[in-house]
Design a protein around this ligand. Structure first.
Ligand SMILES: NC(=O)c1ccc[n+]([C@@H]2O[C@H](COP(=O)([O-])OP(=O)(O)OC[C@H]3O[C@@H](n4cnc5c(N)ncnc54)[C@H](O)[C@@H]3O)[C@@H](O)[C@H]2O)c1
Length: 255
């Protein structure tokens, strides 16, 4: 995989999947700029400390980026044990705003990779709603739409991963046609990262036990990172608008 001469911005670069993606991308020659609310514990080529759950935080971070960005990996995220409003802002509204702002710096041939989740797999059940939200432009208008269409806290993580998948499906082709920028999702199953325990609390012991017999084990973050890096690379230049499950076969067991 050749990522030389590419500047890749990775949100959530200081932990878990983001940190593994940053390490791997650098080892393949990329210049990696991390954005995270926490300081880094690994070597990066650049780092911006920012709250990606607010427009002001995102805009301030984007102002510090170089003029050319070849790939954006939207990996920052919070689990459903967090406040529902925070889940909406970080996992969906902020991700969209960061993508739109970084897009302004992307030349033809660039790529955006969003980390979704197997927990977003039920998006077809709420497709009309997710499409309606996807069509609401801007962070503040999206937040206003969500105040009118409240999401129950117990399912907010799943809801915004579904919404992310649908936004990826509807927004990727206009950007590919107009700007030659590709956008794709990667949907992990459970991954050994610091928030795995939050997912167990969020889903409940019974659901976790049911799912655990369907897989060998949770993934390691370094088993997700290569797929993200591939989607950033020119080898993936004809892949846009897809979601790639990286879940050790878990999704296939629901069919
Ligand atoms: N771990 C899993 O089982 C799993 C499964 C499927 C999907 N995911 C998704 O993978 C992505 C990465 O999660 P992870 O498991 O590596 O978790 P993690 O907690 O190890 O990493 C998440 C990173 O995002 C950063 N972050 C969170 N809120 C932020 C904010 N407001 N501003 C800036 N940075 C912020 C955190 O500081 C952290 O460094 C998330 O989107 C998560 O939803 C995780």
């Amino acid at each position: 995989m050749d990522l030389r001469n590419k500047t890749i911005v990775i949100s959530g670069a200081c932990s878990g999947i983001g940190a593994e993606t940053a390490r791997l991308a650098r080892s393949h020659g990329a210049t990696v700029i991390g954005i995270d609310r926490n300081p880094p514990g690994l070597t990066l080529d650049g780092f911006i400390q920012a709250d990606l759950g607010t427009v002001a935080g995102i805009d301030a971070a984007v102002a510090q980026l170089p003029e050319r960005v070849d790939a954006l990996c939207n990996i920052a995220g919070v689990p459903g044990t967090a406040d529902g409003d925070l889940v909406a802002r970080v996992n969906y509204l902020g991700l969209r705003h960061l993508s739109e702002r970084v897009l302004e710096r992307m030349p033809a041939g660039s790529a955006i990779v969003n980390i979704a989740s197997i927990l977003g797999a039920e998006w077809p059940q709420r497709l009309a709603r997710h499409k309606e939200l996807a069509a609401v432009a801007g962070f503040d208008a999206g937040a206003a739409w969500l105040r009118e269409h409240p999401v129950p806290h117990q399912s907010c993580y799943q809801y915004f991963k579904e919404a992310l998948l649908v936004w990826n499906y509807v927004q990727s082709q206009p950007w590919f046609l107009e700007k030659s920028v590709r956008m794709n999702c990667v949907a992990p199953g459970p991954v050994f990262t610091p928030i795995l325990g939050d997912f167990v609390s969020m889903l409940g012991e019974e659901r976790v036990q049911r799912d655990s017999v369907r897989i060998k084990r949770p993934a390691y973050a370094d088993e997700i990172a290569p797929v993200v890096a591939f989607l950033c690379s020119d080898a993936a230049r004809w892949i846009s608008g897809v979601n790639i499950p990286v879940d050790g076969g878990l999704a296939s067991t629901f069919i």
